[in-house]
Every structure is written in structure tokens, then in C-alpha cells.
Ligand binder design. Structure first.
Ligand SMILES: [Zn+2]
Length: 238
């Protein structure tokens, strides 16, 4: 993959970088990755046609991004109940004169988080969310293992090494070549069916490593409504 050029574009008042690559592939494509627009152009076509493809792909992507609602940051509040995995947790949130965000599980179903008082509300909420995820992935590990094992026995009976939560930024799940499965901790806060779909998706990768027709067939059998769940994942806000 060769980087041809970089650019910037403003969509919905948000400045985004555009990275244009050339690839030894038949088709050109565009997608959003970590807030960056990545355009891949086929090296098998002329420069002029590449330019045309880049422009068309960018226009199409911009149109679909303009249709998306702006991102809302969830505001975490003291005393709120967090539903995650198979539990409900009470959040004790306190502003303190300290430099870092700290917190822990203080009871089986209560989390305490202390935050520096001098942060902007956006940063504060991002820090709180990150910390809550770090605390909950430990508390919800066994639940994840059990859920995955139930789904595996019901639909596949494959052998995988382990399944763990991870605080991914832009991925929902992953299955390595050693069949170690990782699931994004944001799924703790989403409807159970959606989490189950992602687990089924990664379990299916134990057998089929690519997103081939065969792969989607396995997913479809185990989770007939998977397309609906994919849509929820795409539009998820926090
Ligand atoms: Zn996949």
C-alpha cells in the first residue's frame, strides 16, 4: 500500500483527515477508520481514472457521514445505575482536588470514581467511561466466559483458547490465529442480543478466518437477525 497524498475536509463542523493510498487491487474503496477517511485506489487504472474514483468515493462517504447524527458524549452522574453485563451497579461519582482519575469496585454492585475537578466536562466523561470499563471488565470476565461457552455449545462446539474483554476504540471484537477471542468492553453497555451477535461472529472466525460467504452462513444460522444487530453497532453513540 503506497500513500499518494493527504488532505483535510470539514464534515458536520468536524475536521477530518483524508488519506489516499494506491493498492494492487482491482477495485477502489473508501472508509472511515478512527476518524480518518481512508481511500484506497486501484493501481491498475490510469491516474485520471484514479482521480475520478477518489472524488466519487469521497463524495459518497461525505454524504453518508452528513446524514449521521452528531456524536453525543454520555454524561455520567453521581447516583446513577449502570446496567452492564448481568449486573446493575450504583455509581458514586465525586470531584476531588487530585490530578488523576481513580476508582474501584467498592461493593459487589457499586463503583466509586473520583475525578479531578478542573477538567472540561467532555474530558471528564471520557475519563470516567474509560475507568468504568476498566473496572467492569474484571468484574464481568467470568460472565463473559460463561455466556460464550453457552453460545458455543448451542451453535458450534469449536475449540478456542480464551475469551476476554478489551477496551477497543474502533473494533467490536477480534479472533486471533491462535483462536484467542477478544470482545470490546463497550458491548457491556449494549443490548444482550447485540453482544451475543459479536460473540457468535468471533466464534465463527474460529472456523472461518475471513468474512467469506461460508463465514456469514455460519453467523446467519446461529443468529438469524444479525443484520439488525450490525445496524445497532454502526449507530451506537457512547
Ligand atoms: Zn469478523
Amino acid at each position: 500500500m503506497k500513500l499518494l497524498y493527504r488532505n483535510q475536509i470539514t464534515i458536520n463542523k468536524q475536521l477530518r483527515e483524508v488519506w489516499v493510498y494506491e493498492m494492487r487491487k482491482k477495485h477502489s474503496s473508501a472508509r472511515l477508520k478512527d476518524d480518518k477517511i481512508i481511500i484506497r485506489l486501484s493501481s491498475k487504472i490510469s491516474r485520471r481514472l484514479q482521480q475520478e474514483h477518489a472524488q466519487n468515493l469521497l463524495e459518497r462517504l461525505v454524504k453518508s457521514l452528513q446524514k449521521q447524527p452528531p456524536k453525543i458524549t454520555k454524561i455520567w452522574q453521581d447516583g446513577e445505575i449502570i446496567e452492564a453485563g448481568d449486573k446493575k451497579y450504583l455509581l458514586h461519582l465525586q470531584e476531588k482536588k487530585q490530578k488523576t482519575v481513580t476508582g474501584k469496585l467498592i461493593a459487589p454492585q457499586a463503583i466509586k470514581v473520583n475525578i479531578p475537578s478542573n477538567l472540561s466536562s467532555k474530558t471528564k466523561n471520557q475519563y470516567i467511561f474509560k475507568l468504568i470499563r476498566q473496572i467492569l471488565i474484571k468484574d464481568q470476565q467470568i460472565w463473559l466466559e460463561n455466556l460464550s461457552s453457552v453460545l458455543n455449545q448451542k451453535h458450534f462446539n469449536y475449540k478456542y483458547r480464551q475469551i476476554t474483554w478489551k477496551n477497543f476504540q474502533s473494533k467490536w471484537g477480534h479472533c486471533t490465529y491462535k483462536n484467542e477471542i477478544v470482545i470490546c468492553s463497550r458491548l457491556l453497555f449494549m443490548p444482550r442480543k447485540v453482544l451475543e451477535y459479536v460473540i457468535i461472529h468471533e466464534l465463527a472466525h474460529v472456523k472461518e478466518k475471513n468474512h467469506s460467504k461460508k463465514f456469514w452462513g455460519l453467523v446467519q444460522n446461529a443468529c438469524p437477525k444479525y443484520k439488525e444487530h450490525k445496524k445497532i453497532l454502526k449507530n451506537w453513540q457512547i
